[in-house]
Design a protein around this ligand. Sequence first.
Ligand code: FMN
Length: 375
Amino acid sequence: MSTDTAVQPTRTTDAADSPLFRPADLGPLRLANRLVMAPMTRNRASADGVPEPIMATYYAQRASAGLIIAEAATPNAVGATYPNIPAIHTDAHVAGWRRVTEAVRAAGGRMFLQLQHGGRVGHPETTGLHPLAPSPVPLPGTVFTPSGHRETVVPREMTEQEIRSTVADFAAAARRAVEAGFAGVEVHSANGYLLHQFLSGHTNRRTDGYGGSVANRIRFTVEVVRAVVAEIGAERVGVRIAPGVTANGMSEDDVDAVYPALLGELDGLGLAYLHLVFADPEQPLFHTLRAAWSGTLIANPALPWPGPLPADGGRAAAERLLAAGADLVSLGRSFLANPDLVARLRKGAPLNPIRDAHLMYVGGETGYTDYPTLD
Ligand SMILES: Cc1cc2nc3c(=O)[nH]c(=O)nc-3n(C[C@H](O)[C@H](O)[C@H](O)COP(=O)(O)O)c2cc1C
């Protein structure tokens, strides 16, 4: 970031100087700015996935984001990944989430809910059920369970009947999310969870209509999205993708074929948005996907992972993405550590450093609702 004195005063005093702070339309929603809070699992739900009241406090604190995408919530019991992640398949889940959406709405915020099925990222100790996946290819290493890290198990290959019922579970979960007061849902087809597992030939070794060719491997994500659209309407549905991201033991050999084909199927549906993880405008794939997507693109910049974050919290990277054609930009860890991130970025104020030890797997207020605001 330049220290040029001619640049700094306007950057630090005038909210209108950056496109990040300009309002945007997302379907029927008017967003106050272009900064989106990325979905982040924080493990503060009850053991059976009901959002706790503290989650309403946490999200309401961050309601100045143009849009909040709430953390991954599981659409059925077997899809739960880790202990204390929220779910959205019972009346109790809906009631718990309603507290959250009401608090965010009262604070002026807008909110989607991410729907995530873990597939092979799960454990019988967490769910009481054997994980399901496209193929019996285990997650390498260990997975977190209520009794700590455990060796992963070999998932069971989903039958076609289980594929159909999982598609239906996503649609039902989307309906419940709307009942709970969310403006829409984000279908999670990224970061090594079930839908992403179908996209990669390493985790998907099927020989039926859901495996093998690119057209077959994208089928499950397309069916889930179509079912969710049929249930709640396209303007309430986003999709998250992470081409080439190696989270959760993923590897992909053919991202240049898979993702344009996937967008070819999804673009005509009129979805609320496409959410691209670790978006890098230096990479040709970013521009290929931008060109293939006629709707709103939310880009999540490729900031250093696991860290440290840049001192500007990702603002310069976010502005580069807007300049390269993104419509909105999502930030994760900067929102986690800065409830008033939007105000801080507007003012050029210093950011709270993230307390890494508190990212996951701990309950309570510490590292969750106790990050200070400027005032
Ligand atoms: C604590 C934590 C939990 C996360 N949980 C999710 C999640 O539930 N769903 C998801 O799609 N991404 C999840 N992510 C990834 C973030 O959405 C985001 O892509 C990532 O943090 C990179 O953005 P950043 O550099 O601004 O933090 C998580 C990240 C963190 C740090």
